[in-house]
Design a protein around this ligand. Structure first.
Ligand SMILES: Cc1cc2nc3c(=O)[nH]c(=O)nc-3n(C[C@H](O)[C@H](O)[C@H](O)COP(=O)(O)O)c2cc1C
Ligand code: SF4
Length: 386
């Protein structure tokens, strides 16, 4: 499966927007639905369906929010998008706003990316000057504008309901779903929250059609994916792959040698051994929001476990008991493993606690926090217990 490449390419600004204005809103939603585009932020929710639901919500005030929090360890592809082609993200947001009937867009920018804010604002100014944002865009009677809001550095604020709380000026904590943001989001109004990369796909699909998009990828994973590759590789960086690429082929591209394990999906993801490098990066096999961290044979799996478990203990917002207490339990378990004090009964209990956290944690942070631990236990048990 070859590496693809259109996301980071520049486009002729405004072409897709002009095309969108020539098509009716329902038709654009159908094109996006038919393309099979799924959210690139990790959860993989169908973008066309999200547009439809938000568009159908009965409210005169709606918001389009671009999730640029990019807090997943090992992910830096959204930063590269915002550094190189921010205008494409803004055009994707504008088309989305036209479809759902929104007048206001917000980019929730990771606090650590504050240095990008003034350049992003310059791009927005230029778009306003060219009548591609603001009042009566391109003379089509549709008005929409975008502002940048800075995050304050908590991983959980990437979760859409916590992000919305943060945008409202409150402490960033996840809320129960339903209601989902598409029906009740920012200040109680329907809100479409999508990832930076997801918005980038929209102008291309509107311009070139759903068939063009569907012809890339594999099965139900259509299009391409930006992957941030880091760790023990000769060529770390952002790679655009078509879905379905085997892990081993990506490792080859990135110049990985003597690879022992690959983390797919960051701290929330899974860690696979060499035997599984034939597996594919796709929603059907191994999904990822875009982080791949490579570990070579010098790495100790218990150290990797420790790093991820401490991350979740630090980042748990503490609101719900399974996550608040469970993350501590897993940090203690790694210490036991390192001190050769873990028993088979402890490991069984840990699996039960992990299952419980998946079912009872309020948000994805707690639900996914044990993935790394359990996959290392499944795949590297001999090393852990030796
Ligand atoms: C703890 C946590 C952190 C998240 N961080 C991000 C993030 O940094 N960027 C992102 O796009 N989605 C993140 N998400 C997923 C969002 O909740 C949401 O699903 C996503 O922004 C929707 O966009 P999409 O449909 O384009 O993927 C996170 C989810 C959880 C549970
Ligand atoms: S799962 Fe964790 S991060 Fe999410 S609400 Fe509960 S305590 Fe907070």
């Amino acid at each position: 499966m070859p590496a693809a490449g259109f996301i980071l390419e520049k486009i002729k600004q405004g072409e897709a927007l002009k095309k969108a204005f020539e098509i009716n809103r329902a038709e654009i939603t159908d094109i996006i639905k038919d393309s099979g585009l799924k959210g690139r932020g990790g959860a993989g929710f169908p973008t066309g369906l999200k547009m439809y639901l938000c568009g159908a919500a009965a409210d005169t005030v709606k918001y389009v929010v671009c999730n640029a929090d990019e807090g997943e360890p090992g992910t830096f592809k959204d930063r590269v998008i915002l550094e190189t082609i921010p205008e494409k993200v803004f055009e994707g947001m504008t088309i989305t706003a036209y479809v759902i009937g929104s007048r206001e867009g917000i980019v929730y920018l990771r606090g650590e990316y504050a240095y990008l804010k003034s350049e992003l604002e310059n791009v927005l100014k230029e778009m306003r000057k060219n009548n591609m944002l603001g009042e009566n865009i391109l003379g089509k009677g549709f008005s929409f504008d975008i502002r940048i809001a800075l995050g304050a550095g908590a991983y959980v604020c990437g979760e859409e309901t916590a992000l919305i709380e943060s945008l409202e000026g409150k402490r960033g904590e996840a809320k129960n779903k339903p209601p989902f943001p598409v029906s009740s989001g920012l200040f109680g109004h329907p809100t479409l929250v999508s990832n930076v990369e997801t918005f980038c796909n929209i102008p291309h699909i509107v311009d070139k059609g759903s068939l063009w998009f569907k012809n890339m990828g594999s099965g139900k994973s259509t299009g391409t994916k930006l992957i941030s590759v880091s760790g023990d590789v000769k060529k770390p960086g952002v790679y655009e792959i078509t879905f379905g690429m085997k892990v081993k082929d990506l490792l080859k591209l990135a110049g990985a040698e003597e690879t022992k394990a690959v983390d797919i999906g960051g701290a929330s993801g899974i860690i696979i051994p060499e035997l599984q490098f034939e597996r594919e990066i796709s929603f059907e096999d191994i999904p990822t929001g875009g982080s791949i961290i490579v570990f070579d044979k010098t790495r100790k799996m218990a150290d990797i476990m420790e790093n991820f478990m401490e991350f979740f203990l630090d980042e748990s917002c503490g609101q719900c008991t399974p996550c608040r207490e469970g993350t501590k339990y897993f940090v203690d378990a790694v210490e036991k493993i390192k001190n050769r004090k873990i028993t088979e009964q402890d490991l069984k209990n840990l699996r039960d606690i992990s299952d419980c956290m998946k079912i009872t944690s309020k948000c994805g942070l707690g639900q996914a926090s044990t993935n790394a631990f359990i996959s290392i236990l499944d795949n590297f048990k001999d090393e852990l217990l030796s």
